[in-house]
Ligand binder design. Sequence first.
Ligand SMILES: Nc1ncnc2c1ncn2[C@@H]1O[C@H](COP(=O)(O)OP(=O)(O)OP(=O)(O)O)[C@@H](O)[C@H]1O
Length: 267
Amino acid sequence: MQAAHTETQPAIAFQAVEKWYGTRDEPVHALAATDLAVADGEFLVLLGPSGCGKTTLLRMIGGLIAPTSGEIAIEGHSLWRNGQRQAEALSDLGMVFQEANLFPWLSIEQNIALPLELKGAPKADRAARAQALAKLVGIQGFEKRWPRELSGGMRQRAAIARALSYDPRILLMDEPFGALDAMTREAMNIELQRIWMETRKTIVLVTHSIAEAVFLADRILLLSPRPGRVDMEVQVPFARPRGPDLQSTPEFQAIVRQLRHRLNEIS
Ligand SMILES: Nc1ncnc2c1ncn2[C@@H]1O[C@H](COP(=O)(O)OP(=O)(O)OP(=O)(O)O)[C@@H](O)[C@H]1O
């Protein structure tokens, strides 16, 4: 029975997960009780107006904050037990934030390999892995450079490589391209699609950009605020690889329009 169970096991499962923040004034209901199943290898995008709980939801998946109630399982492992975060669930997760947060005194290669160093991997293995990842994310040849010598887009590529360094099954991305200019952002969307197609990681990405969501996602969850909750779910039907021209098709624009109308209603 165990084997049959594993085949259908979601990468991420939420059961009635709820989050309240205590504040000096009223407690904030950041996420109402939410059920969620993200399939292995799925690309899920969280979209919604400011304050609807996207970051809260993502950080709960990543174990950075604990739910007030409910159950979270990562690859079948409970994330919390008796108020303690469980290491076996966390080893399946890598995270990328809006700022690359590279250490300025470490080379790109050292930054990428840092999680492996913290895990005690031998130096030669770390260097080989960092080089393979630099190639995967398209910054091959820049391994010995300092972070300040790279553009914003390249630094974000390095941050993605670092998040992938110990080969987690799941990649969590919080507005990863939010600080980049529009052209670089579009190029990074295409790059991320390629990385996803090569690695088939499960990705959960938070964005404010409707076009980015429709371009990247298998499925979009539109969240609404006060309290944060899933308002609408959209399956994105386009085959991959998706190219920039997809964005000018009536089918793409119809989904964008549907999401924009709903966003305007709930904002
Ligand atoms: N540490 C905290 N303490 C108190 N309230 C918080 C805390 N973090 C978030 N909140 C509140 O919880 C709600 C959800 O916040 P969250 O950051 O998850 O939303 P978001 O959709 O990611 O917003 P944004 O798009 O602006 O980043 C908001 O009302 C926010 O003010």
